[in-house]
Design a protein around this ligand. Structure first.
Ligand code: ADP
Ligand code: MG
Ligand code: ZN
Length: 611
């Protein structure tokens, strides 16, 4: 709408400019003398006229003194008859040079048309532009059944496999897929079937989209890109026709790759939904299945799809002959993280003594996207400090920012609040340092960050993919550390512990219902989580157990919490002097790094305990 008003404004301005130009142009011209016909007759008789030009009713008179005059005559009668009737003699007439131009003369029409029509043309032109713009909006609405397919061949920021760190198996798999397309004969001759679909699975930010773009960048095959949500936008009922359109286009361009990003937007389990949206998804999904089944043995089209929710994908999508190849993209391990950091430090000015390995060590659990974001935050931080290059410290500071949100130093704490926060965090930190097998404390701070009032960071010594019951018990005790410390030192509880308690309760419940870690309940999982399609979130947990079991579960959850609580109480009461030392230092310095914290705790020679 904004462009429309702008266009109208332009049209008006142009119109005004042109009309003023015309009027100035005309008024500048010397206005010729205007004569009546009898004056013309007199001048001819007086032998003052050298030439008369007639076009239509206009009469231009050229006088012998080189001046010009104009006159008009009636349309019906000839000029000569008129002049004769005014008493001009034949002799006099013969001395005048007559030039009669036909009415339909080009210049005659132009002289009439241009002044009157030109403004109309100009206005019309602007209307045309405006309508055209409105129409593109409209035609988008009218061609909604057509897929908005993006064909990637030469897009600007081309991504190559070398821009993707780690993910070796995934890359290998995809290189193979491209090879199928390039040398299909090799595979077909030996009787192999070209795979139809490759599903990239991985948590958000692990580089699924990036990898797909790398296929487009590397492979010399056409690459059609579409996002799952684009199938279902705006109008109901367009999804399946878009799918048809996409596959038709692709088959014509074969050999080629179709990439459907975020396929979970359409590929959700059918029949699981409430609300109107799910029918639409179902049809779209069915159409994809139909199209994929319609591939001949030698159809050289491969569908690559990406999702971070494989659990919600329809089983029909996953059966052989459809997305029969599944590639799992793991969160990067330490080597891969270092590599990702290297890739994203390209084009950034890093200090010479930068040790990216150290950064990688400190960022377990970061995804590729987190690491990319980390490098960018570090660069912004360095620029804000007016540095010429990014140093190690900038990156380490940014780690916490990416983890917890920006520091909120501006949030002023009263002395009382500061003390409470210090004892709360000291509680977490002390329990962490006291328990056998828990990860070392990496940083304790009472500076608010993101939504947290303060924080205690611990970092694993080595990366693990599995967690054990004793680790979970430690976690529970550590989570309660803040709550217990507040209770013991202030005989009161603040709201600052609420998030800890929430996490602890959820964890304890998972121990019982998901991990089978409760001896009493045994190795059984309880509850089935249902996906509600219309919100796309886990909303309900279907209860597949009796009321009696439910109360037993609750009892076991409470038992886990009580057990952790006892251990935490014991630590905090028996080591009150250590707690006070940590809290005092925190109030003084606000943030303690690993070494400072270790120095305080080591002075007390703590014996490791178990929950
Ligand atoms: P998703 O898996 O959610 O689709 P993306 O592919 O969009 O994640 O990744 C987001 C960004 O994270 C990428 O643009 C890239 O900058 C960075 N990234 C993720 N994984 C990697 C990786 N393995 N190597 C390099 N950069 C990565
Ligand atoms: Mg993505
Ligand atoms: Zn806490």
């Amino acid at each position: 709408m904004k462009t429309l008003t702008k266009n109208i404004l332009w049209a008006v301005i142009t119109f005004l400019v042109i009309t003023t130009a015309f009027s100035i142009f005309y008024s500048e011209q010397k206005k010729p003398q205007v004569l009546t016909i009898d004056q013309v007759a007199q001048k001819i008789n007086a032998n003052q006229v050298s030439k008369i030009t007639v076009s239509g009713t206009n009469v231009d008179i050229h006088l012998k003194d080189n001046s010009e005059a104009v006159s008009t005559k009636e349309a019906e009668t000839g000029l000569i008859e008129t002049l004769k009737s005014y008493g001009v003699s034949n002799d006099a007439l013969q001395k005048v040079n007559f030039d009669v131009q036909s009415d339909s003369g080009w210049s005659y029409w132009m002289s009439i048309l241009i002044p009157s029509i030109l403004p109309l043309i100009i206005i019309g032109f602007f209307f045309w532009i405006m309508f055209r713009q409105a129409k593109t909006g409209m035609s988008q609405a009218f061609t909604f059944g057509k897929a908005n397919i993006k064909l990637f061949t030469h897009f600007k920021d081309r991504v190559m496999f070398s821009d993707v760190a780690g993910l070796k198996e995934a890359k290998q798999e995809l290189i193979e897929v491209v090879d199928f397309l390039k040398n299909p004969k090799k595979y077909l001759d030996i009787g192999a079937r070209i795979p139809r679909g490759v599903l990239l699975l991985g948590s958000p930010g692990t580089g699924k989209t990036l990898l797909a773009r790398a296929i487009a960048g590397e492979g010399n095959v056409p690459f059609f890109h579409m996002s799952g949500s684009e199938f279902v936008e705006m109008f109901v009922g367009v999804g399946s026709s878009r799918v048809r359109d996409l596959f038709d286009t692709a088959k014509r361009a074969a050999p080629c790759i179709i990439f459907i990003d975020e396929i979970d937007a359409i590929g959700r389990e059918r029949g699981a939904g409430i609300g109107g949206g799910h029918d639409e998804r179902e049809q779209t999904l069915n159409q994809i299945l139909v199209e994929m089944d319609g591939f001949e043995r030698d159809t050289k089209v491969i569908v690559v799809a990406a999702t971070n929710r494989p659990d919600v994908l329809d089983a029909a999508l996953l059966r052989p002959g459809r997305f029969d190849r599944r590639v799992i993209l793991e969160l990067p391990d330490i080597n891969d993280r270092e590599e990702v950091l290297k890739i994203h430090s390209k084009g950034k000015l890093l200090a010479k003594d930068m040790n990216l390995r150290k950064v990688a060590e400190r960022t377990p659990g970061f995804s590729g996207a987190d690491l990319a974001n980390l490098m960018n935050e570090a660069a912004i931080l360095a620029a804000r400090k007016n540095q010429k290059e990014i140093n190690q410290q900038d990156i380490l500071e940014s780690v916490e920012k990416v983890l917890l949100g920006p520091e909120r130093r501006s949030r002023a704490l009263s002395n009382k609040e500061k003390e409470i926060t210090a004892y709360h965090e000291a509680g977490h930190a002390l329990v962490t340092a006291s328990l056998k097998g828990s990860d070392p404390v990496h940083k304790v701070s009472i500076v608010a960050r993101g939504r947290a009032g303060g924080y205690t960071l611990k970092l694993p010594l080595e990366e693990t993919h599995l967690r054990t019951k004793s680790q979970f018990l430690n976690d529970l005790a550590i989570l309660l550390g803040g709550y217990v410390s507040e209770g013991i030192n202030f005989k009161d509880i603040s709201t600052g512990a609420s998030n800890d308690l929430q996490v602890a309760s959820d964890l304890a419940r998972s121990l019982v219902t998901r991990y089978g870690m409760s001896e009493k309940m045994g190795p059984v999982t309880y509850g089935k989580t249902e996906e509600m399609v219309f919100l796309g979130r886990e909303l309900t947990t279907q209860k597949n157990y009796s009321e009696r079991i439910a109360s037993e579960i609750d009892a076991e959850v409470t038992a886990f919490i009580q057990r952790a609580l006892r251990a935490t109480r014991k630590i905090i009461t028996s080591r009150g002097n250590v707690l006070k030392a940590i809290a005092d230092k925190l109030m003084e310095k606000e943030t303690l790094e690993q070494e400072e914290f270790k120095k305080i705790v080591d002075a007390f020679k703590l014996r490791p305990l178990v929950v």
